[in-house]
Write a protein that binds this ligand. Structure first.
Ligand code: 13P
Length: 258
């Protein structure tokens, strides 16, 4: 039985004061919600992680970072290690987001190194894959997804594969207000599960959490999340306001849980 997981990717938003307000508001609003079947993760920017970590203590909210470097420590100016994230209470880290691929030239091979390092430090990587508009229009979505999945998971053992989350985020749906239809998204999620079953086993594929990301909002969340293979959401814009984030979590609690 897969649990729904709703994660908020704050991206480069919220200073430390705004972080305090938002986390407190999410915490308060979550108290009134029955969320047995849903895990909630917030991923603020690096500068807000420590304060957020303190604020969520004693609550059910979990903490994630938006990126990390794959080395233990050393002369890598501007970078943050898995051990550092772990030491402040992070349990998750988003890796390979399309914005990192697009603006910071991250490749599947580079993301693969980070994935392995995250797992080594008991951080659960939320690994993003997704096609561009051009890819979808040229009908090569599945080729792109398969190449990304094989690349980012290269060399991972059966045991390691049980410690990851995949997020399917079609690039054309991110920040555009244009979400994939529930059927479009579910089809790709099923395809991802098929690849995993070929690479590992059907049992492993069945257990894997696959989130959808791309213009998820309170209006479309239920329809997306009630699909057979959509196990949660990676939310961008709509996680920056407690109201919309809570309503998406609420939609997840309403879904049939497999
Ligand atoms: P939006 O929800 O703003 O489209 O962003 C999605 C995303 O990139 C989450 O990682």
């Amino acid at each position: 039985m897969r649990k729904k997981i709703i994660a908020g990717n704050w991206k480069m938003n919220k200073d430390i004061h705004e972080t305090v307000s938002l986390v407190n508001e999410i915490k308060d609003r979550l108290n009134g919600l029955s969320k047995n079947n849903v895990d909630v993760i917030i991923c603020p920017p690096f500068t807000s992680l420590v304060i957020a970590s303190g604020l969520i203590k004693g609550s059910t909210i979990k903490l994630g970072a938006q990126n990390m470097y794959h080395k233990d420590d050393g002369a890598y100016t501007g970078e943050i290690s898995a051990r550092m994230l772990k030491s402040i209470g992070c349990e998750y880290v988003i890796l390979g987001h399309s914005e990192r691929r697009q603006y910071f030239s991250e490749t599947n091979e580079f993301i693969n190194l980070k994935v392995k390092q995250a797992i080594l430090y008991n951080l659960i990587p939320i690994i993003c894959v997704g096609e561009t508009l051009e890819g979808r229009e040229s009908k090569v979505t599945k080729n792109i997804i398969e190449t990304q999945i094989k690349g980012v998971l290269s060399g991972l053992t059966q045991e390691q594969i049980n410690k990851i989350i995949i997020a399917y985020e079609p690039v054309w749906a991110i920040g555009t207000g244009k979400n994939a239809t529930p059927e479009q998204a579910n089809e790709v999620h099923q395809f991802i599960r098929k690849i995993i079953s070929r690479l590992y086993s059907w049992d492993t594929a069945e257990r894997l959490t696959i989130q959808y990301g791309g213009s998820v909002n309170p209006q479309n969340a239920y329809d997306l999340l009630s699909q057979s293979d959509i196990d949660g959401a990676l939310v961008g814009g709509a996680c920056l306001k407690a109201d919309s984030f809570i309503n998406i979590i609420g939609a997840a609690t309403q879904c049939y849980v497999k």
